[in-house]
Design a binder for this molecule. Structure first.
Ligand code: ZN
Length: 170
């Protein structure tokens, strides 16, 4: 969606990467109720086509009843279903117990991207969550760059120290 002559319209053609520090709100695709925001997003889970959230709003209802995954990608997982409080549509799952390989997802909320739209702050547009990447970029490259800067700074300081000692000796 975007503002077009003061009407908010949905954009279909946008593929966005949520940049570090860029904020977005997550909405129910059907009724636009706010479900969460990008500050609570921990990443995405491609095999379930879901956004992983640490927190969601009170408008995401977590079912009291639990299900056991008997086969497929959630085999041996115990999970609750998430629904939209306003329109009642299914939004995803919250994993309560998992096999060890999915342990990192326990107690997190998995919102199906197909059921979510995003309002990227500053964009004046609503976009489908399926068109937005919530993958968290690795910090390894940034750390390597900072390490190189420190090494260069250390080298410059050692050279300055050596030059200072040499000039005192003269
Ligand atoms: Zn809804």
């Amino acid at each position: 969606m975007e503002f077009k002559e003061s009407i908010l319209v949905e954009r279909e053609d946008v593929a966005e990467q949520l940049l570090p520090g860029q904020l977005a709100t997550l909405h129910c695709k059907h009724c636009h109720t706010v479900l969460g925001d990008s500050l609570s997003v921990c990443g995405e889970l491609p095999f379930l086509e879901s956004v992983i959230c640490l927190k969601v709003t009170n408008d995401v209802v977590v079912s009291d009843e639990m299900d056991l995954g008997r086969n497929g990608k959630l085999a041996e997982c115990i999970f609750s279903h998430l629904t939209c409080r306003k329109c009642g549509r299914a939004l995803g799952k919250a994993l309560l117990a998992t096999p060890p390989h999915l342990a990192a997802l326990r107690s997190l909320f998995l919102l199906r991207k197909a059921q979510v739209t995003c309002y990227v702050l500053g964009s004046c547009a609503m976009v489908k969550a399926s068109a937005v990447s919530f993958r968290l970029e690795s910090l390894a490259e940034d750390i390597h760059e900072v390490e190189q800067k420190f090494q260069a700074h250390l080298h410059a300081m050692k050279k300055w120290q050596a030059d200072s000692i040499n000039s005192l000796d003269k």
